[in-house]
Design a protein around this ligand. Structure first.
Ligand SMILES: NC(=O)c1ccc[n+]([C@@H]2O[C@H](COP(=O)([O-])OP(=O)(O)OC[C@H]3O[C@@H](n4cnc5c(N)ncnc54)[C@H](OP(=O)(O)O)[C@@H]3O)[C@@H](O)[C@H]2O)c1
Length: 324
């Protein structure tokens, strides 16, 4: 089988494309012939050694896959050869033509979505669902400003927000990202490369938004905080800009605003059962066509360095997959 291997932490172009022998199955396991490996921003951080958690070297990066079951252990009854499936593999293991996992971690792909969508929606949509429903407890009719709205977790927040009846303003730096956010349910957009985000958000929302969803950080975070109305909350999702913002506390005090942390990854470890039921709700909503994960752009698996570089250098619109 073909794998991408990270043999040392460092520049993305140090990743190597290797041939590995397949391992025999143990009890309870299934083998998946992978057709799509989802790429996430965090993968680029992990291989450079820039993420807070570091897999043991050498490792195969990638955390989301979809494909077809090619073999099942003799005691597995939940899956059969030929089933369309998808799975998350954790911090590593996904950028490969073949993946072996315990059957209980392998989910059946809803008919409504392609393998590319199945390999790219779990991390993005669970983050957005967890943030907007469980952390923010957002209500239909409220105004939501999504920063980084043309990226993975941002675009998912546009879609989840729309499905909850929120009125979504999408902020992004390029026309193609803003167009995609409009197609996914945003009712208005802000060009972060040329417009005053605070002024435009207040104008578009009639005085301030209820929630700001911020996966970008840096200077945009403070603009987001200043866009909030009374009792509004800033949801801290991530720092794709590379800059962890220092927010002025007076802007939190004014108008009784709130700043809310969103650590979906950490929560999955401390709340495994709740996360499993949340994931089941997300998958059901995708299966019913209430949520619409974006169709990703494809790169050959061997072009992993190009795909990850495009991701960390802000060129990705929506999501991408590596295809073995
Ligand atoms: N809290 C959680 O549980 C959780 C879960 C998943 C991911 N995250 C985090 O969320 C962040 C975004 O992840 P993602 O998958 O949505 O990434 P992504 O698809 O690459 O999107 C990130 C967006 O951030 C913006 N950005 C601004 N400055 C950037 C820069 N210097 N480099 C790259 N992007 C920049 C870009 O939008 P514009 O071009 O429009 O500015 C880009 O589209 C990451 O920090 C990730 O670790 C957090």
């Amino acid at each position: 089988m073909q794998v991408v291997s990270c043999n040392s932490f460092g520049p993305i172009d140090q990743l190597v494309f290797e041939e590995h022998a397949s391992v025999p199955l143990s009890a309870g396991q299934v083998r998946i012939a992978v057709s799509a490996c989802g790429v996430n921003f965090v993968d680029g951080l992990i291989v450079q050694g820039l993420y807070q958690l570091k897999p043991v070297l050498p490792f195969v990066p990638g955390g989301e896959i979809a494909g077809v079951v090619s073999e099942v252990a003799s005691d597995v009854t939940s899956h059969a050869v030929g089933d369309r499936v998808f799975a998350t593999t954790g911090l590593s293991g996904g950028f490969a033509s073949e993946v072996v996992l315990p059957a209980f971690r392998v989910l059946h792909t809803p008919d409504a979505i392609t393998d590319g969508q199945a390999a790219t929606f779990v991390q993005s949509y669970c983050t957005a669902w967890f943030a907007l429903r469980l952390r923010a407890r957002a209500q239909a009719g409220e105004r939501l400003l999504v920063l980084g709205a043309g990226g993975g977790v941002g675009l998912a927040a546009v879609d989840v927000g729309r499905s909850m009846g929120l009125r979504v303003i999408a902020a992004a730096s390029s026309e193609s990202k803003r167009e995609l956010a409009l197609a996914n349910g945003a009712e208005a957009v802000i060009d972060t490369s040329s417009e005053d985000v605070k002024a435009r958000a207040k104008e578009l929302s009639g005085g301030g938004v209820h929630h700001v969803y911020d996966p970008v950080g840096g200077a945009l975070a403070e603009a987001g905080l200043r866009s909030l109305r009374d009792d509004g909350q800033l949801l801290v999702i991530g720092f794709a800009s590379g800059e962890i913002p220092k927010l002025p506390a007076n802007q939190v005090l004014l108008r009784n605003r709130r700043v809310t942390g969103v650590d979906w990854g950490g929560w999955t470890i401390t709340h495994a059962a709740e996360n499993a039921s949340m994931l089941a709700e997300v998958i059901a909503a995708v299966g019913r066509g209430e949520l619409h994960p974006v169709q990703p752009r494809s790169y050959p698996l061997a072009d992993v360095a190009e795909a990850l570089t495009d991701q960390v250098e802000r060129r990705v619109v929506g999501k991408t997959v590596l295809v073995p």
